[in-house]
Design a protein around this ligand. Structure first.
Ligand code: UTP
Length: 224
C-alpha cells in the first residue's frame, strides 16, 4: 500500500521523545520491508510553537514565525531520516514534487513543513494526493476524533467511523471549538475530501497502532 504517516509533533516532540522517534524509525523500516511505499510528515511540536513565540517577540512577521516552526519540523524529519540510515531517502524534501521524486528510488521519505501559512496536516494531505496514497494515518495525542473536545467535555464520544461530509458538518457546527480542528486541520480535510483519501486518526504514543491501521484492523477513527 501507499502510505502517508503524519506523526504529530504533540506525540514525538512535546517534549522530544527519543525512544518514540526511534520506535517510529523501526516501524517505517518494517513497513517498507513488507513492500509498502512509505512516507512520513512530522511536526515540530512544542519547540516549533516556542520558536514562533520567540520570533513574534522579536517583532518578526507571521510568515517569518512560520519559517522558524518549519525549520524545527524539518529538524525532526532529519533526525528520523538519520535513524533510517540506508532505508531513508537521505535528505528532507523541500517540496511535494521533491518528495514524490525521491520516492522513486524506493526509499522512505520523511518531511516536515513546506511553506508559511499552512500546517503539516495540509502537507500530509497534499502528499497523499500527489502520490495517490491508499491511506493517511494521523498519529496524534488523542484516541481519534471525538464529537466534542474531549479535554473539555466529559460527554465527548469517540467516533469509530466518520464520512468526509460528517466531518465537514462537524467543522461548521463546532467552529468555535478547538477539539476537532486540532485533530485534522480544515485545509487538510478539504484536500483529502477531493479524492476521499482513506484516513485513520489514532493514538500515536504506540507506533504499533499505526501498524494495526495498515493491516486494516479497527483502531482510532476511520474517515472515508
Ligand atoms: P503543525 O501544527 O502542523 O505541527 O506545525 P505539529 O507540531 O505536529 O502539530 P501537532 O502538535 O501534532 O498538532 C506547527 C506550525 O508550523 C507552521 C505553522 O505555524 C504551524 O502551526 N507551519 C508548519 C507552516 O507554517 N507551514 C508548514 O508547512 C508547516
Amino acid at each position: 500500500m501507499r502510505l502517508v504517516l503524519r506523526i504529530g509533533g504533540s506525540v514525538v516532540a512535546s517534549p522530544f521523545n527519543p525512544a518514540l522517534l526511534s520506535g517510529y524509525a523501526d516501524l517505517l523500516i518494517k513497513l517498507k520491508r513488507e513492500g509498502h511505499v512509505v512516507t512520513a510528515v512530522v511536526g515540530g511540536g512544542s519547540l516549533a510553537r516556542e520558536m514562533i513565540g520567540v520570533a513574534k517577540e522579536m517583532g518578526l512577521e507571521e510568515p517569518e514565525q512560520d519559517e522558524a516552526a518549519i525549520s524545527v519540523s524539518r529538524l525532526v524529519a532529519q533526525l528520523l531520516l538519520m535513524k533510517l540510515g540506508g532505508e531513508g531517502a537521505g535528505k528532507v524534501p523541500l517540496s511535494i514534487e521533491e518528495a514524490a521524486d525521491s520516492l522513486k528510488d524506493g526509499k522512505v521519505v520523511v518531511m516536515g513543513g513546506l511553506k508559511p501559512g499552512m500546517t503539516t496536516d495540509a502537507v500530509a494531505a497534499m502528499l497523499a494526493e500527489r502520490i495517490d496514497a491508499d491511506l493517511l494515518v494521523k498519529a496524534t495525542d488523542q484516541e481519534g476524533v471525538y464529537t466534542r473536545d474531549p479535554r473539555k467535555h466529559t460527554d465527548a464520544r469517540k467516533l469509530d467511523v466518520l464520512s468526509y461530509d460528517d466531518l465537514t458538518r462537524f467543522f461548521d457546527k463546532e467552529k468555535h471549538e478547538a477539539g476537532i480542528h486540532q485533530i485534522l486541520d480544515p485545509e487538510a480535510v478539504r484536500i483529502l475530501k477531493r479524492r476521499k483519501t482513506r484516513t485513520v486518526v489514532l493514538n500515536g504514543f504506540n507506533p504499533d497502532n499505526v501498524f494495526l491501521a495498515v493491516k486494516d484492523e479497527k483502531i482510532g477513527t476511520l474517515i472515508e
